[in-house]
Design a binder for this molecule. Sequence first.
Ligand code: HAM
Length: 438
Amino acid sequence: MSIVSLKLTNPRGTADILPDQAVAWESLEKTARHLFKTFGYREIRTPLFEECGLFKRSLGETTEVVNKQLLEVRSQRKDAEGGDESFLALRPEGTAAVVRAYNQYDIGRNEYLSKLFYIGPMFRGERPQKGRLRQFHQIGAEALGRGANNPLLDAEMIAMAVRLLKALGLEGFKLKINSLGTVEDKAGFASWLRTELKDKIGALSDECKAQYERNVFRLLDSKDRDCQQVIASLGIGTKHLSASGLHYFEAVKAALDSMGIVYEVSEKLVRGLDYYTHTVFEIIYEGLGSQDAVGAGGRYNGLIEQLGGGDRRMPEVIGAMGFALGMERVLLALEHQGKNLNAVSALDVFVIAGSPELEARAFAFVNELRLALLSADMDFGKRNFKKQMEQANKVNARFACILGEEEVGSQKVSIKNMKTGEQLTIPAAEAVQWIERQ
Ligand code: HAM
């Protein structure tokens, strides 16, 4: 088969964001950037791929994301021994890389509290379905440092995620929170679960038995009915929390209450990545079907040290807390509610040449508008007046500026408001300023 006859399409599990959709993406990013800045967060950009070891050490070797979904990058270049230079993987999430960079540049040495955010593509080799892609995008935020060890920050982070969804106009989402307690509480919780479930696991499915061996926490949010019943019979509640773990959780809830953030405590919420301690949360939008988590996050004290950072001589614990929203899912949820982030006027002015001979005049005027930082365009097709006016409509221009023989002869320009249909003719020299004032 010759190459030209092949119909090339994008890879399965990826999506092209075409210009009509890109407007909504831009609007989502703009709202997030603005909101995050009001909370004191600054942007960080890390590479799209990292050493595989980073994800294995942070997310955990037994997690689904590392075990089954890591998309490894095979370099064609060989080192002297003929082996791959290093084992790389496309990033499945942003937290591990942010911590890697935080440690690498010793950011904590100068900053007591680092508030960082990122926006970009992530990659997981999952079976694609609605709301689940192999290349998807996250908007995430992480707070790290000695100053990040405070329950107020857990609440602030959760509030920021909730406020962003609200600022976008999303309604009806649910916030679920839970606490895994301190590192010791979490380890105790795992062994308590193993003991409690030891005699009960025999009656469950093979998948549940495998999860019991691999990562016992996964049984808590298992979709298997029998498993759910067994878990419910344990009456977990806050049994797994020590006094200090419980105290911390109570402080997070009190801070959320003080901000009027509505939440539901869910003892089944444990999250699928290994690095969490204390607070975990998830934001659910039920209209999305099976992939209904629009975002999630939690505290991960300990990861900075685990990845080689921190100063062991310093008595203060380095804290870390963050979340990520799935951008595709946020947009799907808004679409489900009939909310359209697309409704932005794309262009200030569309310039119309009254005859093909006036094309150069129109081009000069477009240039003049752009120099004044107004967005402007023209037809470039020497088409008739009607077609140009149709084009002005199609690109959603606020104004059409008409340069006909008459206007050019008297050094004037006619300006049509495309929304109201009103039209006026003014001296060409005043046109740019007039449009700027509108
Ligand atoms: P996560 O729960 O794995 O957490 O992902 C966060 C969000 O990314 C999910 O709630 C979902 O909206 C979106 N997402 C995940 N996988 C896919 C996929 N295959 N297709 C479409 N959307 C997806 C994390 O990634 C953590 N790093 C969050 C965090 C930050 N925790 C602390 N700091």
